[in-house]
Ligand binder design. Sequence first.
Ligand code: GLA
Length: 384
Amino acid sequence: MDVRSLFIEKYGYAPQTMAKSPGRINLIGEHTDYNLGFVLPAAIDKAAYVAIAKREDQLIRLFAKDLGEHHEVEINLLATNPGHWSAYVLGVVDQLLKMGKQLSGFDLVLTCDVPTGAGMSSSAAVECATAFALNELFGFDLGRIDLVRLAQKAENEFVGVKCGIMDMFASVMGKDAQVIQLDCRDLSYQYFPLNLGDYKIVLFDTGVKHSLAGGEYNLRRQQCEQGVAVLKERFPEVNSLRDANLSMLDEQFRSAVSSTVYNRCLYVIEENIRLETGCKLLLQNDIHEFGKQMHGSHKGLSELYEVSCKELDFLVDLSKQEEAIAGARMMGGGFGGCTINLIETSAIDGIYERFSKAYQLAMGKELNMYVTLPSEGSHLIKFD
Ligand code: GLA
């Protein structure tokens, strides 16, 4: 059932506004966004859908269709994170209020086919769909980049995950068949067409639910900040790891920080280099060499940044035995979720069969697969 019909079924009247905002993939450039480096994401063909209508009073009524759960709160009693899905909606309301925007209560229905905890940014999809819909409903006239920043702040301040800007940017700014090379330092970006030829983007879902709120994500961010603080003493121009280069990670630096902080910094600087190399390779349609950069990215994420897990490592190792897979790596925040793979189209089904069996045998878990492609970012949904 579409989100409009769901709204009517739930509340007994028609919604005024509907919006859709997708999840995202990221080809390379992981944990670089909050270090003000580069990322290479795209919006995908799975999304959050929101239908919404104003109320006369101050009540916010939310219904998460997929969970069958309701949540109600008075707009002036938003307080803090209620600790479940509604935080992604209420965090956006909280930001709008902080910006001094005038909102009444509203009724909202949410449905989402981005798998949760799979590293495909279902949370950003919900935040961006909500931001998009509320912006339209109340006529705030905020531009796309304003909505990206607003959704990121909702996640940072209300949900409590100090995430970077990549997920929201990809969700709002995505375009069909294009990836976005985003510079997270100044938000300059360029689209380029993804010509994968015979290859497709395939995600294998470990089924291990990651939770960024778990603390490890924020810890990585702090460790990078520690590295920056030490670098800055000798190199005042370094305000983020984006401003650092490999030669700065010399013996003096190594002896001034823990090996953990050293490894985190090394990973981030190398990942930015891999991304720049990777973009050139993609422009030359050299999928094989690009795949090698993906393997390098995974190795760094696993060994230096330590955000992988045995299930992700297992799947990436398996992928290296398949000739039809050009590259594979974990995607997103880590500690579970999906691997992203570039696989020759004709080999996908066979590989899925082999991987499913091996994964079941080794990890005792079912393996889900999503074949996806770069898709249109946030937009309003019109029904005739
Ligand atoms: C999560 C965060 C992003 C980004 C990735 C890792 O998806 O929300 O901001 O840091 O992890 O690249």
